[in-house]
Design a protein around this ligand. Structure first.
Ligand SMILES: Cc1ncc(COP(=O)(O)O)c(C=O)c1O
Length: 423
């Protein structure tokens, strides 16, 4: 395999700002330099296998949970949209939106059961622009394990006059103590839906009750839940529930005092994201959110894959979720058999596996790579030191044979590089 090019940052004098950044990110820089699971160039894709250099790997790092990136119905539908709309609208939404936008928003609003919804390009754009609006010069309470893009939105809000307070991960009591201590309104509580590293849902019922009691707004990022989990009922094909309409519906909550954000860039394999909110907030965001006013829109291919993806979801999404659940279950059962710890308590398809010794990360990654397995390395400071390890993501497009290959590799890995033991 060819060596990846590596920047040496040779101009970073000791004590300079560059040297300080470099030292804060030393673990990651080292992995970039020596590890082919990071910063890789993927040269070919065949189903859920990818070629990096001369090596074919089974991909367990993809977030395309429903496998719609490879779905023939979705792929074959796209050219007709390109013929009709061209490749890219290139107006900001303020100027005009192809009719695809209101069509997707109407379908999405119906699916979520929200009052309304607004599409923007990505969750990164949404957090950076919507959090400062909602927080104004009040107080933001942010979960200590919220996604980095939420934190960045909070930093932008702080620059606009908001106070930012961090509370212990998924701890409603800790939040309540802080809400009493920081009275400045408006109050915004920011958190992940399905957490991107643990794979677990928050105690949404308790947080929503707190939000209603203290007239706060709960702002939830369900990048990883939307499309994967949904409302529960007897006809469900798996414990993920039906319709993939996200964490709020899955946990039987309402949208009272809740703003749900989510993305199409994971389960729906498209560059698009949404805010599910009241119509008045949608009207406000159209005149104050810079990505609506000043940024380019999503490409037509993304709008098309989102729209067709929603149709596929309606027709056979629950079948795909049943497959996803079965394959994920195999991974979780196998880890249990090996006595290995995972942060995942939910059964959802994000499975982080910490190592016994964080310094073994590069070795564990190389071991999996040599056995043809591609996973996400969970490095410090991206995760706490005692959670350094790797994250497996399962998609409906991973075959049973591919999962078997993963299980065998995990078994051998556990002999060669100690995994953190289950309690
Ligand atoms: C929880 C979470 N929020 C936000 C994002 C960013 O999403 P987007 O690509 O739509 O900006 C990610 C992406 O990985 C994520 O995992």
């Amino acid at each position: 395999m060819p060596e990846l090019p590596h920047s040496t940052w040779s101009g970073a004098a000791p004590g300079s700002w560059l040297a300080r950044w470099l030292s804060a990110c030393a673990d990651l820089e080292d992995l970039f330099a020596h590890h082919h699971l990071l910063d890789a160039v993927i040269e070919e894709v065949d189903g859920r296998r990818i070629r990096v250099g001369g090596r074919w790997l089974i991909d367990f790092a993809s977030c395309n949970y429903l496998g719609l990136d490879l779905d023939r119905e979705v792929i074959e539908a796209v050219p007709a949209y390109l013929d009709r709309w061209g490749t890219h609208p290139s107006w900001s939404r303020m100027l005009g939106s192809p009719a695809l936008y209101p069509e997707i928003e109407a379908r999405l609003t119906e699916l979520l059961g929200s009052a309304d919804s607004l599409l923007l390009q990505t969750l990164t754009h949404i957090h950076a622009s919507v959090i400062p609006v909602l927080a104004s010069d009040g107080t933001i309470f942010v979960d200590s394990r919220a996604h980095k893009t939420i934190w960045d939105g909070c930093v932008a809000a702080r620059a606009h006059g908001a106070t930012v307070v961090r509370y212990a991960h998924d701890d409603p009591e800790a939040l309540e103590r802080l809400v009493r201590r920081y009275p400045k309104v408006p109050r915004l509580v920011c958190m992940d839906g399905i957490n991107s590293m643990t794979g677990n849902p928050p105690q949404l019922g308790a947080f929503a009750a707190l939000a209603r009691e203290h007239d706060a707004l709960l702002y939830v990022d369900d990048a990883h839940g939307f499309g994967v989990i949904g409302e529960r009922d007897r006809s469900e094909t798996s414990p993920y529930g039906r319709r993939g309409n996200g964490v709020v519906r899955h946990l039987g909550q309402s949208y009272d005092h809740v703003v749900l954000t989510g993305g199409f860039s994971k389960a729906y394999s498209s560059l698009l994201a949404f805010v599910a909110c009241a119509p008045e907030l949608k009207r406000l965001l159209k005149v104050v959110a810079p990505p609506y006013l000043y940024s380019g829109p999503s490409p037509v291919a993304s709008l098309a894959t989102a729209l067709v993806g929603l149709q596929v979801n309606q027709a056979r999404g629950d079948e795909l979720r049943a497959v996803l659940w079965q394959r994920t279950r195999r991974v979780l059962d196998h880890l249990e058999k090996l006595g290995a710890y995972t942060l995942n308590r939910s059964g959802f398809p994000i499975v982080e596996v910490p190592l016994a010794d964080p310094d073994d990360l590069a070795r564990a990654g190389r071991f999996l790579l040599e056995r043809g397995i591609y996973v996400t390395l969970a490095f410090y400071p991206g995760v706490p030191r005692d959670e350094v390890g790797f994250r497996i993501q399962v998609t409906a497009a991973n075959t049973d044979d591919e999962v078997s290959a993963l299980l065998e590799a995990l078994e051998r890995l556990a002999d060669a590089v100690p995994l953190r033991a289950a309690a």
